[in-house]
Design a protein around this ligand. Structure first.
Ligand SMILES: [Zn+2]
Length: 310
């Protein structure tokens, strides 16, 4: 179980709970946003819904549905706006007494539990005091202290902390294509908050891909296909960034096409040329799926772009 960088004691505790099937009926996961509370909640839910031998296997239907948020026996309850209303908790309570739809048990993940007012918490308390069989409640909160003592006393609380820097770097480099230097910088600026560091890296990457797509279209007439390809090379091993690049290219070409209705020619490209570029991009995007030879794909893209604008 390496889903949480750092927090090794909590990982071990959860691993024991799951392997011995001694999962408490109510868990409270406290910690700052980005410390892995939602990841841990989903992991526990996947364990409960898994149909495989080594749970959670992350390859069966139960795990898959839990991961994409479509399992009928895993409910996520979040506040509407600033407050998690008592009505939502009452609805949860009614639902919890119904049998599971397809699994053997049900899981309720209550997000931002601290946004429940006293009435909502007391409504929840009733079911925590007399929980239906085979139902697990997972409360996620920034701080257990923000909930009523009576609610806290019914839950096993696990406190998640940001991981030490080296463990954060290890997690990022093992789970993404970012380098240790990039991981280190992102963790530095987010005070080791792994979730926020990952979001920051992804946002930076999106900007980079966006700039690359603009550059590619701007260079199309002035550069040769070899130079254009060199710009794309850093994306070679990054599947998500390649998908993003094709999306960006299609968006930008569509925008240029819309503008060309008024200005006729944009970026030195005629409307017909833009239409060809759009078709090439769309075709190669389809081909890029399941295509392991990224460099050949880039070479193909650049040379066909050049041919289209001659
Ligand atoms: Zn599974």
């Amino acid at each position: 179980m390496d889903i949480l960088a750092g927090n090794s004691k909590i990982c071990e505790r959860v691993r024991l709970m799951l392997t011995c099937e001694r999962i408490p009926h109510a868990l409270m996961l406290e910690g700052d946003a980005g410390t892995g509370r939602h990841t841990l909640a989903r992991y526990i839910a996947a364990h409960c819904m898994c149909e495989g031998d080594s749970r959670p296997c992350f390859s069966c239907k139960g795990c898959h549905m839990t991961q994409i948020g479509s399992h009928p026996d895993v409910s996520v309850i979040s506040p509407d706006g600033k407050q998690l209303s008592v009505d939502k908790i009452r609805a949860l309570r009614q639902d919890a007494y119904l049998s599971p739809a397809i699994a053997n048990r049900k899981v309720y993940i209550i997000e931002k539990a601290e946004t429940m007012n006293d009435s909502a918490q007391n409504a929840l308390l009733k079911i925590l005091e007399e929980p239906p069989q085979n139902v697990i409640f997972i409360l996620i909160t920034v701080s257990a202290e923000k909930l009523l003592t009576t609610v806290r006393s019914r839950c096993i609380t696990l406190s998640l902390l940001p991981p030490p820097r080296d463990e954060g770097i290890k997690y990022i480099t093992e789970h993404t294509s970012f380098s240790s230097l990039e991981a280190d910088r992102a963790l530095e600026s987010t005070k080791n908050n792994l979730g926020e560091a990952l979001r920051l890296l992804e946002a930076d990457e999106k900007n980079t891909v966006c700039e690359l797509a603009s550059q590619l279209l701007a260079d199309i007439k002035s550069s040769n296909s070899y130079t254009m390809m060199q710009h794309l090379k850093p994306l070679e091993k990054n599947r998500a960034a390649i998908d993003e690049l094709f999306e960006e290219l299609l968006l930008k070409i569509s925008a240029l096409l819309r503008e060309s209705c008024y200005t006729h020619i944009k970026e030195g490209l005629s409307r017909e040329q833009l239409i060809s570029l759009y078709e090439i991009t769309r075709e190669l995007r389809e081909r890029s799926i399941n295509n392991p030879n990224t460099l050949l794909l880039f070479a193909n893209l650049c040379s066909r772009y050049k041919t289209a604008v001659i």
